[in-house]
Design a protein around this ligand. Structure first.
Ligand SMILES: *Cc1c(COP(=O)(O)O)cnc(C)c1O
Length: 365
């Protein structure tokens, strides 16, 4: 099956004797004891199985585990590491997961935060106890591109696991496992859900090995699992993911060009722009540049806030990946320690008519 077909048929498991065309929601938390039956829905349930099945296929993996949020998925990887392990992670790592390492695993795990676009710095960061390399590409919010194949080579030569947060790319545009990653992580709250109404996360593994078994234990025993309702809705949303992503990327590409030649804009960050420092690598490892862009406006934080306040069709809110356009001054969401420039605006470019979006930006400028 090709991507679009897989997205529609890959997560539909019909076991009901009445043969509904669409897999129903099984809300029961418990199952009648019989040989090989499911037992309890924290461990296993039909809707989560269907979701994990379609995720596995979309990312060319061996297995997938669904979680109640993207952060829960990321934290499960850190929890599966032995105490005393060292992690190499991006200096601009998604702030929620960076905080998880720094706050929840303080004294348990060590971490070095490095610029993943500088392979020499990454190589230097390895220690005898380095067990995990975590990358995020494209990154949030500067859309930095990490060379997944190159980092996979480094991780392999040091016997470390490579995990890639591929939330911005989605499997429509990037398959980290095919580029050498061991684990792919997604916040399914974003493009998978696609309508800003489901919180979820996922891990997909290249191999069902011992480390994966530990992650499964964290999922089942830790219990940060999605509800059958959320799994059902994610399977439903995934059916349109390939077409939504095509629309998001087309709109983001044209909007990036528009902003790039605007006199009130200092700089635009979008991997599809030839001027983007990661453009060449993105072109090699992605089949599209995604639906997120960010830009710096002239005039600092005040000018950025001012611009956002004048928009009609872009909702001033955090998060991304929904059909509706969202916009925010990113540093305001990341707290006082952020490295994000104060005049940086991140846009999740939605599926409204592109001319309405561009006209709205025009009047706000
Ligand atoms: C949102 C996001 C996360 C965290 O996911 P939640 O579902 O909010 O817990 C992790 N990484 C990236 C890149 C994200 O955008």
């Amino acid at each position: 099956m090709r991507l679009e077909t897989l997205a529609i048929h890959g997560g539909n498991i019909i076991t009901d004797s009445e043969k509904p065309a669409i897999q129903p929601i099984t809300l029961s938390t418990t199952f009648v004891h019989q040989p090989d039956s499911m037992i309890y829905s924290r461990a296993n349930n039909p809707n989560r199985n269907a979701l994990e099945k379609v995720l596995t296929k979309l990312e060319f993996g061996a297995d997938a585990a669904a979680f109640s949020s993207g952060n829960a998925a990321g934290v499960a990887v850190f929890q599966a590491l032995a105490p005393g392990s060292h992690i190499i992670a991006p200096d601009d790592m998604y702030h929620g997961l960076k905080n998880a390492i720094l706050q929840l695993f303080k004294g348990v795990l060590e971490a070095s935060f490095v610029d993943m676009t500088d392979l020499k710095l990454v190589e230097k960061a390895f220690q005898a106890n380095t067990k995990l390399v975590w990358i995020e590409s494209p990154s949030n919010p500067l859309l930095k591109i990490t060379d997944i194949k190159a980092i996979a080579g480094l991780a392999k030569s040091h016997q470390a696991i490579l995990a890639c947060d591929s939330t911005f790319a989605t499997p429509v545009f990037q398959n980290p496992i095919l580029l050498g990653a061991d684990i792919v992580m997604h916040s399914s709250t974003k493009f998978f859900g696609g309508h800003s109404d489901i919180l979820g996360g996922a891990l997909i593994t290249k191999k069902a090995d011992d480390f994966w078994e530990k992650i499964r234990v964290v999922q089942k025993v830790g219990g940060a699992v999605p509800s059958p309702f959320d799994c059902y809705y994610l399977c439903r949303s995934i059916k349109t993911l390939p077409y939504r992503m095509k629309g998001h990327a087309e709109h983001a590409g044209i909007m990036a060009d528009y902003l790039n030649q605007h006199s009130k804009v200092e700089r635009v960050f979008y991997p599809g722009l030839k001027s983007h420092p990661g453009h060449e690598i993105a072109t090699n490892q992605m089949s599209g540049y995604g639906g997120i862009l960010s830009f710096q406006v002239k005039g600092g934080a005040e000018a950025a806030n001012n611009l956002i306040s004048k928009l009609h069709y872009f909702t001033n809110a955090t998060s991304l990946g929904g059909v509706e356009s969202l916009i925010e001054r990113r540093a305001a969401s990341e707290g006082p320690d952020t490295l994000t420039p104060p005049n940086l605006i991140r846009v999740s470019v939605g599926l409204e008519h592109l001319d309405d979006l561009l006209e709205d930006l025009d009047q706000a400028f």
